[in-house]
Ligand binder design. Structure first.
Ligand SMILES: [Zn+2]
Length: 131
């Protein structure tokens, strides 16, 4: 294969696609398997489907792997300039720029721990008397 433009599917994109389209899991279940929020999972699946479709239409080589795997406890970033996604563990500080193109225009894309694990509210029953 010559030096065609390669489209790279990161491992988490590949895994998301596998869970959603091959195993046919519901998004909640697939997101839980990957330990990401449902919104994050939906984003990953959408990105991977688009990459696969682009590779098919344009005849690009599709490469799997190489991309960072977004585990829970890591921060995900997306470059606004080249759309590169990457992750960093907590505690390493904000990156100076996109590792792919050095652009400084990037943003956090993960949802973080999320509001789900907030203080236990909504417990049915009596409220403590406030006086
Ligand atoms: Zn970039």
């Amino acid at each position: 294969m010559s030096v065609l433009d390669e489209i790279e599917l990161s491992i988490d994109e590949f895994e998301a696609l596998r869970l959603a389209d091959l195993e046919g899991l519901y998004q909640e279940e697939a997101a839980a398997r990957m330990e990401v929020s449902r919104a994050t999972f939906a984003r990953i699946v959408a990105a991977s489907r688009k990459k696969v479709a682009t590779a098919l239409v344009q005849g690009n080589a599709l490469r799997i792997g190489g991309g960072p795997v977004a585990f829970a406890g890591e921060r995900s970033f997306r470059c606004e300039s080249c759309r590169h996604d990457w992750t960093l563990p907590f505690g390493t500080g904000r990156p100076a720029g996109c590792p792919a193109c050095s652009a400084r225009e990037f943003r956090r894309v993960d949802a973080g721990p999320g509001p789900r694990s907030g203080p236990s509210g909504g417990r049915p029953g009596k409220l403590p008397a406030r006086s």
